[in-house]
Design a protein around this ligand. Structure first.
Ligand SMILES: NC(=O)c1ccc[n+]([C@@H]2O[C@H](COP(=O)([O-])OP(=O)(O)OC[C@H]3O[C@@H](n4cnc5c(N)ncnc54)[C@H](OP(=O)(O)O)[C@@H]3O)[C@@H](O)[C@H]2O)c1
Length: 404
């Protein structure tokens, strides 16, 4: 189907290699403040008047303990609004942002050394939704006034030089400079229903169906299709709950792990009830049963690992996967994790892509995908939102409403 595109793009490997070998000081994740200070000659083609200064959350330095780093975040009130944007960028009035674990994982000094923060002060956040206020000279697909969502791109940000002048700006600010090619129009939709989609949705899409994603060693990721047997570990989280729905839409048989913990806003419902409501065929309470015992010998085609426990790869997966089945992980970055004759191990970072994001937005419009919301925080409560994420108990997406 057009939904399951298999675009195997091996260029991702070179992007990742570049990301891994680029020194932190030269990395391109720029804060909105940094964008504003860069002397660019490109003029916005069309723009609405914006204030000279904006509010933005800023981090001043790493801390090996991300929770301690969150405590040092400050909401700065006089950050220069990006005054010039690159020819392929838009200036976005950010109305909603969504939180992902990568936001605070970077605070420790880099995700396993691969994706450090570019420079300080740093404005965190990758998922944005809002209204276009200005477009660069080369932008033809977006106009002032359009509502868009985007994942500003972890891998794209970690290149030297930055992919666009100044690089993408952080989401936890009133304005951001965003590469136009990563944006998807959502005119007429409630931003709240889709702003949690970009990073988590693209990750699950690529893990399950490969798309433009590929593993660190260039291998394709999942190849889920009608009749495939897929096990999702950590299914109640932001990525897992979207993966269940995508896999069911593709007519896969879907097993998941979850717990009987209560849902945040409904004490009568457990996470097990929640993942069942999203269509999971088999639900295993991971706190009571070992999934490898429950599913042993059932020849699954793929395990999508959103948890990252080493024993799941080494001890449990061989019992459940068919020989050579895929263990696609987004959370096991241990360098000792390797493929064997029995299990094909793949680990990767999301690759931001608007064509795939458009497919996901269409699924939402068609009623085939919903983005469950764990909680919504005010702009002044970014620290609380990040602490909710670091606690690891959220269900679906954590949102931040940005005040103006
Ligand atoms: N590589 C990439 O490109 C990429 C992209 C996105 C995310 N990630 C990573 O993927 C992981 C998941 O992301 P996320 O956004 O889904 O996180 P999340 O929303 O914070 O996940 C929280 C959920 O995970 C469940 N959970 C925790 N441990 C579990 C276990 N052992 N078995 C089953 N469920 C468990 C929790 O439920 P309980 O209360 O029942 O434990 C909770 O509902 C994170 O490590 C994140 O950094 C990587």
């Amino acid at each position: 189907s057009s939904f399951i595109k298999n675009l195997h793009n091996i260029d991702l490997l070179s992007s990742l290699n570049m990301a891994i070998s680029t020194p932190p000081i030269a990395m391109g994740i720029a804060t909105a403040a940094a964008v504003g200070m860069v002397a660019l000659t490109m003029k916005r083609r069309r723009e609405q008047k914006v204030a000279e200064y904006m509010k933005a959350w800023q981090l001043s330095s790493y801390d090996s303990d991300p929770a301690a780093a969150i405590d040092t975040l400050t909401l700065e009130e006089n950050v220069p609004t990006p005054s010039e944007i690159g020819p392929n960028q838009i200036l976005l009035k950010v109305e909603y942002a969504s939180v992902n674990p990568i936001d605070w994982k970077l605070f420790s000094g880099g995700l396993h050394g691969n994706c450090p923060v570019a420079s300080f002060p740093y404005t965190p956040g990758f998922d944005v939704g809002g209204t276009v206020q200005g477009v660069g000279a080369e932008v033809s697909n977006l106009a002032v006034g359009d509502k868009i969502i985007a994942n500003t791109g972890l891998v794209e940000s970690c290149t030297d030089p930055a992919p666009t002048p100044g690089g993408p700006a952080g989401a936890f600010a009133q304005y951001a400079a965003v590469p136009a090619e990563l944006c998807v129009k959502v005119n007429g939709m409630d931003l709240k229903t889709v702003v949690g989609l970009p990073l988590a949705g693209l990750t699950s899409y690529q893990a399950l169906f490969t798309g433009v994603g590929s593993s660190f060693n260039g291998e394709p990721l999942g190849d889920a299709k009608e009749g495939s047997k897929v096990l999702i570990l950590g299914a109640a989280g932001g990525v897992g709950c979207l993966a269940i729905q995508m896999a069911k839409k593709a007519k896969c048989h879907v097993a998941v792990t979850a717990s009987t913990s209560k849902m945040p806003n409904d004490s009568s419902m457990t996470k097990i009830d929640f993942v069942k409501s999203l269509g999971a065929d088999v639900v295993i309470d991971y706190q009571k049963e070992n999934w490898a015992t429950v599913l042993a010998g059932q020849e699954y085609d793929m395990i999508y690992d959103c948890v990252g426990a080493m024993e799941d790869l080494t001890e449990h997966a061989p019992k459940v996967l068919k020989k050579g089945g895929a263990f696609v992980s987004i959370a096991n970055f241990d360098p000792s994790s390797k493929s064997t004759d029995d299990v094909r191990f793949c680990v990767f970072f999301i690759k931001s892509n608007s064509e795939e994001l458009q497919s996901l937005v269409t699924m939402v419009k068609d009623g085939d995908l919903t983005v469950p919301i764990d909680s919504e925080y005010k702009f002044s409560e970014v620290k609380e939102a990040l602490k909710r994420s670091i606690g690891g108990r959220s269900v679906g997406k954590i949102l931040i409403k940005i005040d103006h």
